[in-house]
Design a protein. Structure first.
Ligand SMILES: Cc1cc2nc3c(=O)[nH]c(=O)nc-3n(C[C@H](O)[C@H](O)[C@H](O)COP(=O)(O)OP(=O)(O)OC[C@H]3O[C@@H](n4cnc5c(N)ncnc54)[C@H](O)[C@@H]3O)c2cc1C
Length: 358
């Protein structure tokens, strides 16, 4: 249930292993948080806890293989580059933060380099000339999420994933089967995976609702000259994701506004200003569009993945908050292992649904 990046990755993986899969979403596919996502793959920046870092590294390590399989099944190319991230410090406090982060990476023996102003000018001539220091993490990268979704849908179709456009209202498990109540009638199946992102708590079950809350993020898409930036550039007020065709994504806001998916002028202005502060040449870039999405957040900022402890055949794959694109390959493989063979993959204990009584 839910045809965002998580639901589709799980559906594809299960179908590729021989399951008969239907994917249900009232809005088609990729219209939730996934549509707004910047697609950055950066566990060493976003891994705010040991657990999240562990899952992020595991998923990043699966990315090459996952996308190669998808692209081969879909017969499509997608935008995916592992050109690294360059975090920028614009003042002395930010320099100290980068140095502390570099120390942590050094202790963990992670490849990185702390670079000077002159190195930044050489690596990224588009970045502000008053940048004080930079932290380069070469194994990071990004995937173009629109091309990822197109590829997932095409690869899923080749593997027999059937999309169903309707709303799931309730799920009930009885006598080894699961009944899904949709707006258009009931469907019975062996297993369901609740992957409705921020809306997961709205699906009625015999247990408590999934404790996932929406956190709005807004992002601006610009068009600059191709090659204006070489890699993901990360500042304290925004990040920049340069695609090969000259697209630059500037993200993102973090807002507690409930289920409001609207874009605001204020956020667009502020993101553009932050982007131009980080890379002044973006003043010349043209505005393409702004997007907003609701990140599915949990209180511990870890996803909820695994079996329901009370309903046989019901599984969760939700609550991926800021890292759903990064965590998609790992989520897909552990859920497919669990549902199809009962195997509990490494890391699953960190994200158990029963920590929230589910
Ligand atoms: C601005 C922004 C930038 C981001 N940048 C990054 C990034 O750089 N890297 C990264 O890894 N992550 C990033 N994220 C986070 C990432 O986008 C999310 O973690 C991810 O998209 C979550 O995917 P999902 O499939 O769980 O949810 P969603 O994409 O929200 O999909 C949930 C789906 O469930 C459907 N649904 C709702 N109710 C029902 C129902 N009752 N029945 C059936 N279906 C239902 C919805 O229509 C929707 O399509 C970003 C998010 C935002 C907003």
């Amino acid at each position: 249930m839910g045809a965002g990046v998580i639901g589709y990755a799980v559906a594809y993986e299960m179908a590729a292993r021989g399951a008969h899969v239907r994917i249900v979403d009232p809005r088609g596919h990729g219209e939730g948080a996934t549509r707004a996502s910047a697609g950055i793959l950066a566990p060493y920046i976003e891994g705010h806890s040991d657990a999240l870092l562990q899952l992020g590294i595991a998923s990043l390590n699966q990315y090459d293989n996952f996308l190669a399989r998808l692209a081969a099944d879909a017969r499509l190319d997608l935008e995916y580059r592992r050109t690294g991230t360059l975090q920028i410090a614009l003042d002395q406090d930010e320099v100290r933060e980068l140095e502390a982060q570099a120390g942590r990476l050094a202790r963990a023996q992670v490849d990185h380099s702390l670079v000077s102003t002159s190195d930044i000018a050489r690596l990224e001539p588009g970045v502000a000339s008053d940048a004080r220091a930079g932290l380069l993490v070469p194994q990071h990268g990004y995937v173009g999420v629109s091309s990822l979704m197109t590829t997932l849908v095409a690869a899923g179709a080749r593997r027999g994933v059937t999309p169903v456009v309707t709303n799931v209202e309730a799920v009930a498990a009885t006598a080894g089967r699961v009944t899904v109540t949709t707006t258009d009638g009931d469907v019975t199946c062996d297993a369901v995976i609740i992957a409705a992102g921020s809306w997961s708590g709205g699906i009625a079950t015999a247990g408590p609702p999934a404790p996932v809350r929406p956190v709005r993020g807004q992002l601006v898409q610009l068009h600059a000259s191709p090659g204006a930036l070489q890699r993901v550039v990360w500042g304290s007020a925004c990040y920049l994701v340069p695609w090969t065709n000259g697209t630059v994504l500037v993200g993102a806001t973090v807002e507690d506004v409930g289920f409001n998916e609207r874009v605001t002028q204020k956020a667009v202005r502020s993101l553009r200003a932050s982007g131009e502060r980080l890379a002044p040449k973006l003043r010349m870039a043209t505005f393409v569009e702004a997007r907003a999405g609701l990140r599915p957040a949990t209180v511990d900022e870890l996803p909820i993945i695994g079996p329901s402890s009370t309903m046989r055949g019901v599984f969760y794959a939700t609550g991926h908050y800021r890292n759903g694109v990064l965590l998609a390959p790992w989520t897909a493989s552990v859920v497919a292992d669990l549902v199809l063979t009962g195997t509990r993959g490494e890391g699953l204990d960190l994200v158990r649904p029963d920590r929230f009584g589910l």
